[in-house]
Design a protein around this ligand. Structure first.
Ligand code: BDP
Length: 330
């Protein structure tokens, strides 16, 4: 063997050994996602996973599991906290059951617009929320958009709170949403997202509440033909990492993961804006009647007991509510 050939063989063997070591130490991250293929959050989360794999030279590989196949959202939050899951995109609504300050975000009509929500979440208050989540084992690296949530149902347009009388409305898992719907006059039913379509079809539910992209992708629009623009909740979502998985990363890899999450959030927000328009057009074309609400005042008035009870139970969160309310939209 020539010196050159010998050198090449030795180099190749060395590279193979290195690759094997990297393979043995590489972390394989599992990511939870509730949405189907093609949804803005899914696309952005899959790109986040690809970026981790590409930018860490294989020290990390990541895969996203869509359609909540790894469990419902409250269950997945638990799994992330105990390290059974490595990353996820969560709506902050159900997160309030785990992190008390986050519940402030679930107070109905808290934000005056989506832009104001972004100004709050991208500033010092958002940083406080991620610090509070971190104490509960969840590292939040960036915030996704989720628009505003409105009511939809199979029976009639909702123009005033009295139109909710007697309607069985699905809400996400959080006592505040039960109080919200009950105070407006409806019957709140907490239920997992994946069960809502069937329940609307069989009449177990009369309605639910969500944004246009989810109303579309869940096919709820096929059954619920009245969409009433109450816009009662503007809930941010997170790109969240299990603290266990985060702490196992080198500082260099933490920087890579953080940047990939910020890139994913920028991508998601762009895709989101497009999807909101497309979904709205699609459901209208499918015969959904969209009902604008000129005066949300009567709905907001009904929320006074919800705020009073919440602030009585959490007096320390009053200043946070005030700070959010006085934040100007970007
Ligand atoms: C969607 C959110 C998702 C929620 C779902 C729901 O993106 O995180 O789980 O609503 O209503 O808009 O459960």
């Amino acid at each position: 063997m020539t010196i050159k050939a010998l050198l090449r063989t030795t180099l190749l063997a060395g590279a193979a050994a290195l690759a094997a070591t990297a393979g043995a130490n590489a972390a394989s991250w599992r990511g939870w996602n509730i949405h189907p293929d093609g949804y803005p959050n899914t696309v952005a989360l899959e790109d986040f996973a690809k970026a981790l794999t590409a930018k860490t030279d294989g020290r990390l590989s990541a895969q996203v599991y869509n359609n909540a196949v790894l469990g419902d959202q409250p269950d997945a939050i638990d799994q992330l906290r105990n390290g059974a899951l490595d990353f996820a995109n969560f709506n902050l609504g159900p997160m309030g059951e785990f992190v008390p300050s986050i519940n402030v975000l679930s107070l109905p009509f808290l934000f005056s617009s989506v832009d104001q929500m972004h100004a709050v979440m991208d500033g010092p208050i958002g940083k406080r929320f991620s610090d509070d989540m971190s104490e509960q084992g969840i590292v939040s690296l960036a915030w996704f958009d989720s628009g505003a949530r409105s009511f939809y149902d199979t029976k009639r347009p909702i123009e005033k709170p009295a139109d909710l009388d007697g309607l069985k409305m699905r809400v996400m898992n959080n006592q505040l949403y039960v109080d919200m719907v009950d105070n407006m006059g409806g019957n709140a039913t907490p239920m997992a997202y994946g069960e809502v379509f069937q329940s609307l079809k069989t009449g177990v539910l009369d309605g639910a509440e969500n944004n246009f992209p989810s109303f579309d992708s869940s096919n709820h629009y096929e059954v619920a033909k009245y969409f009433s623009l109450t816009e009662h909740l503007i809930l941010p979502e997170c790109v969240c990492i299990s603290k266990t998985s985060w702490d196992a990363l080198s500082p260099e890899d933490q920087t890579i993961v953080r940047q990939a999450a910020i890139d994913a959030a920028n991508e998601q927000r762009e895709l989101w804006a497009k999807q909101e328009e497309e979904s709205r057009k699609k459901v209208e074309a499918a015969g959904v009647k969209i009902n604008e609400i000129a005066d949300k005042g009567p709905f907001q008035d009904k929320m006074k007991p919800v705020y009073d009870d919440f602030l009585k139970a959490n007096p320390d969160l009053k200043s946070l509510v005030d700070d959010i309310r006085s934040t100007k939209a970007q």
